[in-house]
Design a protein. Structure first.
Length: 432
């Protein structure tokens, strides 16, 4: 499952990045092309701005005339030839300017012309623009941008090669290479990131599978006992209830074990994030803790544990009494359970200006450093050996931590071999 999830995670990331890069790079190319076209038309506009003052008349030997190769034109100091979709570009944007004669022929305006056009291309351009009104545009078939303007009663045409606006093609090839390299780099990053991002999911999945296996065993055992007990009772219907009390008591005990597990699961679901909060009220936390301490005095006595407390008087909080009793009871049960023989459990409740602290400390073996960060994880038990009666189901501290957060507080754990283990509950004080 996690492998498929990782593949989907990487595929989604790659698809998202690919779409974003494609949109961004396409926008860059479109903007570059539009800017190039705008520069070309600005150049044509500038060439025609004073065309009327420049005068007309054919240029000597260059236009009109025979087509001159571009290399030869450069060698002879002649202007470069444009049109005919020849390709190539010049940063200066060569422009050819012509005046339209009375007979419809075109005569080059030498003072404004920095390029030449082949006779056949020029003839086609003249025919295509003969009936066109003043304005600008492009002759795609001839590879020319043009602008037509009437100045002082005379019509003028200016041409520029479309290759002057083809820089976007080189840019597109460059961006495609950059995009491919970026996708390859992001793929490698996504591989590592997916492992890091899904590590908590993997850990939770493993813990949950272990819990399901343990819980299934813990549910199967009492069910087996209950079924066995009921079979014995049904085999002897003539016997009195008193004579069958051992089977009835055994059935009751096993049913209570199942009830405890199901109750923990339901409570954990209730305190889970997004669930409706329980009703909150103003209550005396000191009285609540003292009540729980009384419940555990017999437990501590049976385990030869010295149970001590130092509680500030009348510590008021806003919370749910049932949930807070569950939290305090879990901490006390945990402390009494793991305190060493003849050890002690110390409970302190202190109130300061900004917060309330309830600390439950027990002597005994410390929690292993590798287990300490996980003590509040659901389904986690530091003792990997499954012993239902002693270690529970691995839900108690997870529920306690969730209840603390539900009340706007926090539950933290500290443990070492020298000082033992301390769980500290921090809650906000009531507003003045």
């Amino acid at each position: 499952m996690l492998k498929k999830l990782r593949v989907k995670f990487i595929a989604l990331n790659m698809a998202t990045v690919a779409v974003v890069l494609a949109v961004v790079f396409t926008a860059i190319c479109v903007i570059d092309y539009q800017q190039s076209v705008a520069r070309v038309h600005e150049t044509l506009d500038a060439a025609l701005a004073h065309a009327g003052d420049a005068g007309g008349g054919p240029s000597s030997g260059t236009q009109p005339g025979a087509q001159v190769p571009a290399d030869a034109a450069r060698a002879n100091g002649m202007p470069p030839e444009i049109g005919g979709k020849r390709g190539g570009s010049d940063p200066a944007i060569p422009v050819a300017v012509f005046s339209v004669e009375a007979d419809g022929s075109l005569a080059a305006v030498q003072t404004r012309t920095t390029a030449s056009i082949a006779d056949d291309v020029l003839a086609q351009a003249a025919a295509a623009l003969a009936d066109q009104p003043d304005g600008s545009g492009s002759l795609v078939g001839l590879g020319l941008f043009y602008e037509k303007r009437t100045v002082g009663g005379a019509a003028y045409l200016a041409f520029a090669d479309m290759s002057a606006a083809s820089g976007w093609q080189t840019l597109a090839v460059t961006l495609a290479g950059v995009g491919a390299a970026a996708l390859a780099a992001f793929f490698v990053i996504s591989m590592f990131f997916s492992r890091w991002a899904l590590a908590p999911v993997d850990r939770a999945w493993r813990q949950q599978r272990r819990f399901v296996a343990d819980a299934s065993h813990d549910l199967k055992t009492p069910l087996t006992v209950i079924l066995a007990n009921t079979s014995i009772l049904l085999e002897h219907p003539e016997r009195s209830i008193a004579s069958q009390s051992q089977w009835i008591e055994s059935t009751q005990h096993e049913a209570q074990q199942m009830q405890g597990l199901v109750g923990d699961l339901l409570l954990l679901a209730q305190v889970d994030e997004g669930a409706a909060p329980p009703p909150m009220e103003r209550l005396d936390l000191t009285d609540l803790v003292e009540g729980e301490l009384l419940q555990f005095e017999s437990v501590a006595f049976e385990r030869a544990v010295d149970l001590q407390s130092q509680l500030d008087e009348s510590v008021m909080v806003r919370g749910n009494a049932m949930r807070l009793r569950k939290l305090v009871g879990t901490l006390l049960d945990n402390a009494c359970k793991y305190a060493d023989d003849g050890g002690s459990v110390n409970v302190s409740l202190r109130q300061s200006v900004r917060r309330i602290e309830l600390a439950v400390h027990n002597t005994g073996f410390a929690i292993a450093p590798e287990d300490l960060p996980h003590v509040f994880d659901r389904f986690y038990r530091a003792d990997k050996a499954r012993t239902r009666d002693d270690s529970g189901y691995g839900l108690g501290l997870a529920i306690a931590h969730a209840i603390a957060e539900e009340h706007g507080g926090n539950l933290a754990a500290a443990s070492d071999d020298e000082r033992g283990t301390t769980f500290t509950l921090t809650l906000p004080t009531l507003p003045a």
